[in-house]
Design a protein around this ligand. Structure first.
Ligand code: ACM
Ligand code: ZN
Length: 494
């Protein structure tokens, strides 16, 4: 049988003979099937019948949309019985490093939902921009959402450096995402990556030091001061507003790359460590993060953190940990204790990396459950982050995510036995030409299974874009700062 040009490929497909007439009636029956988000499509000569829960019906329509790309009006009769492998299939958009406006976010939702992605992890706050209106603290956007000339890469640039989403924008996007069966998971970084926040409110940083919104990439030592009571209150006020804006179960509180240099020199942070009898600054981070989680639990929220937050004492297993890099032993221990994780390894799923590093086939071949985790049940799903230091417009977003995100979606949706990576390119080509006719262009086919020669060229371009005299000097400065910290404190990374 010729495989259908569907991505992600369904669990069960049976061609039943004959063709469905154009204009055949469509019958929809909303009902619970055995698995959540599952659906059944039965195409006969005169009827297209769809069954499933609300999400399942939406996914059945995504499948039908793709079938029409392949067959136009006359589809073969068939039965499709489909359900996802993982409940969490995510895409992360970084709106801090570059700010793409509301309508661009909606276009991204259109595209990712076509591949049955059901979570949009929205990275709204980072050193380079605070992107959501918070009524209690207007300076967060008046000051924190503005950035002038930036140099993340090859050229100085001004494009999409400033801006933020008003509450009205957010509500509109939330409604739009709901229509596409996507939950939005907002992320507020705690305690690091706070330069934009502290530029607006330095009083919640250590020793009220003045801070600017950052205009380069890297890791900075601008953390919320965990030693001050006001910091916690400040954070909870932001969380109150985020919880109201995003009516979903999950919320992300960051926790990655929190460079503790200022904490080590801050009388308030040091006093807090002594007072609580904590071992070190990692333990202080955990103490603060757990306090925030306790607050959010009362609002019925499940809290996600990056794997860096495992450092310190044992992180309670009612957190969800997003694994991206390092901390293998801590992740193993967390999983052994019953903790759940999201797989977002930099080794395959980071879409800001060039195709030379992770092409489509590498993603399709990636083992989502590494051997050391032993048990796939520990993984609630997969997510591709798109960090946007060098992504300043929508065309670049689509170039980087298509078709790598659909490849991840296939890993996250299609059960292992039903997957066949070998014909992915054939299947995706049909979708690719449909999207192109709509002006949405992914990477050319030559990049999907990239040759050594092209990879070399792609890597060279990446290096040129990434390492320029200006930001190399910045990276060197940061590395030196961390070296000095390690020499004094022996901390593993920060
Ligand atoms: C990360 O990439 N800093 C989570
Ligand atoms: Zn402090």
């Amino acid at each position: 049988m010729e495989r259908l040009h569907l991505v992600p490929y369904p669990e069960k497909v049976k061609l039943t003979g004959g063709y469905c007439q154009p204009g055949a009636k469509i019958t929809t029956c909303e009902k619970e099937l055995q698995k959540k988000e599952a659906y059944v499509i039965k195409i006969t000569e005169d009827e297209i019948r769809i069954e499933g829960d609300k999400a399942g019906i939406f996914y059945a329509n995504c499948t039908l949309k793709q079938l029409r790309m392949q067959f136009k009006d006359v589809m073969p009769c068939m039965e499709i019985d489909d359900a996802p492998r993982f409940a969490y299939r995510g895409f992360m958009l970084d709106s801090s490093r570059h700010f793409l406006p509301k309508d661009d976010v909606k276009k991204i939702i259109d595209i990712i939902s076509l591949f049955k992605i059901n979570k949009l992890h929205w990275h709204l706050i980072d050193d380079q921009g605070f992107r959501v209106e918070i009524s209690a603290y207007p300076k967060l956007t008046e000051v924190g959402a503005k950035r002038g000339r930036s140099h993340f890469g090859l050229v100085d640039e001004y494009k999409n450096n400033s801006g933020y989403f008003t509450k009205e924008d957010i509500r509109e996007i939330v409604t739009y995402a709901k229509e596409h069966m996507i939950d939005i998971i907002p992320e507020i970084e705690i305690p690091g990556h706070e330069s934009a926040m502290l530029a607006a409110y330095p009083e919640i940083g250590c020793q009220n030091e003045p801070v600017s919104v950052v205009t380069t990439g890297g890791i900075f030592d601008n953390l919320i001061c965990a030693g001050k009571e006001e910091s916690f209150t400040f954070v909870t006020h932001i969380l109150d507003e985020l919880a109201e804006l995003f009516p979903y179960e999950m919320i992300h509180i960051g926790g990655d790359e929190a460079c503790k240099r200022k904490w080590r020199r801050c009388p308030d942070c040091q006093k807090k460590i002594k007072e609580l009898g904590l071992l070190d600054e990692n333990a202080l981070q955990q103490w603060f993060v757990i306090k925030v989680q306790e607050y959010l639990k009362k609002k019925g929220k499940k809290v996600i953190v990056w794997n860096d937050s495992l450092r310190g004492e044992k992180l309670p297993t009612d957190f969800v940990v997003q694994m991206w890099m390092g901390d293998k032993e801590l992740i193993t221990d967390f999983v052994k204790r019953g903790g759940k994780i999201i797989q977002s390894s930099t080794e395959s799923f980071y879409l800001d990396y060039p195709y030379a590093m992770w092409d489509v086939h590498k993603i399709l071949d990636y083992e989502i459950c590494p051997e050391y985790l032993e048990n796939e049940n520990a993984i609630i799903g997969v997510e591709c982050p798109l960090w946007t230091e060098r992504v300043s417009d929508l065309d670049r977003v689509f170039y980087l995510i298509l078709p790598r995100l659909p490849a991840m979606a296939e890993c996250g949706w299609t059960v292992k036995g039903a997957r066949n990576a070998a014909d992915f390119d054939d299947r995706y080509l049909t979708i690719d030409s449909y999207l192109k006719s709509d002006g949405i262009c992914g990477a050319p086919e030559t990049y999907w299974n990239i040759s050594e020669e092209l990879a070399e060229k792609d890597m060279e371009e990446h290096r040129r874009a990434m390492y320029t005299p200006e930001n190399t000097a910045e990276f060197e400065k940061q590395e030196k700062m961390m070296e000095e910290e390690r020499a004094i404190y022996g901390d593993e990374r920060y």
